[in-house]
Ligand binder design. Structure first.
Ligand code: HEC
Ligand SMILES: [Cu+2]
Length: 315
């Protein structure tokens, strides 16, 4: 249920490249596919010919055929070697002087996303959803503090490992708008499969609007109910693990919730972000995503309603 609902938001396919990096990788894939298909057909044809023929071929002729096949195999392997080295070099050279700089930290089992800015107050922290402007290179700094994860958005780039203690970097670019699904591609523990994310590629103007909105602190609770939800959020220890800019909540263990309501999914693509799923998550996240770090909270229905009103206001 969980991943099918995320697929409703976004597809993912390495054979449907949406940017220059993925296009390069796609070209290499198709080269290997067509060459290997041709080799397969030739081998099958040779096998069929051998089965049909009655008499044994002359030894001289057999030697020639085997030698020819060995040489062809070596040549093909060299073609693949050069093609894949060329692809790797081309990918490494796709950089730019004016990128959007994003830092992505892999956690067990969600993605922290921070938009870097020389002005500290302009930085934006969010989770599991990376917005990017179409047509502009994005530099992604990759960080992990727990185990090895792998950042993979098949429509935009190949897999990139996040290795603890060794910050990495990759560049990507989307040439057409769309919502592209990403997934952790390195087994990282129990909930590895529930460690997905979305890349939302949009026009530069829409991206700028999104970034400006994310820079704002949370708007103050609009109703008494939401205000009570805010107070509960701080009393119930949610604030120890979560940040909501503009309130006293500044925990760093879980995702930043300042603009939670603007995101499409909950818990790294595990659930769609609807009030019902959000309620289920708060009351018992351990059933939905077993052994994730967030404890279950027992709440009366009034308190739950107040919390939901508060979280719903975090646009
Ligand atoms: C011990 C730390 C901790 C506490 C306490 C905690 N959380 Fe969490 N929370 C997390 C972590 C870690 C995640 C990420 C889980 C994942 O995706 O695997 C999370 C995820 C969430 C999410 C989903 C965010 C997203 O963008 O996907 C919401 C909403 C949330 N918590 C709300 C709450 C509320 C409300 C409370 C208080 C009732 C609370 N949390 C208490 C650690 C905590
Ligand atoms: Cu992972």
């Amino acid at each position: 249920m969980s991943w099918t609902c995320l697929l409703a938001f976004a597809g993912h396919s390495a054979l449907d490249p949406a940017g220059p990096q993925a296009a390069r990788i796609g070209d290499l894939w198709w080269l290997m596919f067509w060459v290997c298909s041709a080799v397969f057909l030739l081998v099958m044809a040779a096998l069929a010919a051998g089965l049909v023929r009655e008499e044994e071929p002359a030894r001289r002729r057999m030697n020639r055929v085997v030698t020819g096949a060995v040489i062809a195999t070596a040549l093909i392997l060299f073609v693949f070697l050069f093609a894949s080295t060329g692809t790797g070099r081309a990918l490494a050279s796709l950089s730019s002087a004016d990128p959007v700089s994003v830092e992505v930290t892999g956690h067990q089992w969600w993605w922290e996303v921070q938009y870097l800015d020389p002005v500290l107050a302009q930085r934006v922290t969010t989770a599991n959803e990376i917005h990017i402007p179409v047509g502009r290179p994005i530099r992604i700094r990759t960080v992990s503090h727990d185990v090895i994860h792998s950042f993979w958005v098949p429509n935009l780039h190949g897999k990139h490992d996040l290795i603890p203690g060794y910050d990495g970097e990759l560049w990507l670019q989307a040439d057409r708008p769309g919502v592209y699904r990403g997934q952790c591609a390195e087994f990282c523990g129990h909930q590895h499969a529930h460690m997905a994310f979305l890349v939302v590629a949009e026009s530069p103007a829409r991206f700028a609007g999104w970034l400006a909105a994310q820079r704002q602190s949370a708007s103050p609770p609009a109703t008494p109910l939401a205000q009570r939800g805010h107070d509960l959020f701080v009393q119930l220890q949610c604030a120890l693990c979560h940040t909501v800019q503009g309130t006293d909540a500044n925990g760093r263990i879980g995702p930043d919730l300042t603009h939670l309501a603007s995101r499409r999914t909950l818990a790294a693509g595990t659930l769609p972000n609807t009030p019902g799923h959000l309620a289920g998550w708060i009351v018992d996240s351990q059933t939905l995503k077993p052994s994730n770090p967030m404890p279950a909270t027992s709440l009366g229905s009034n308190d739950l309603e107040a919390l939901l009103a508060f979280l719903d206001g975090l646009k």
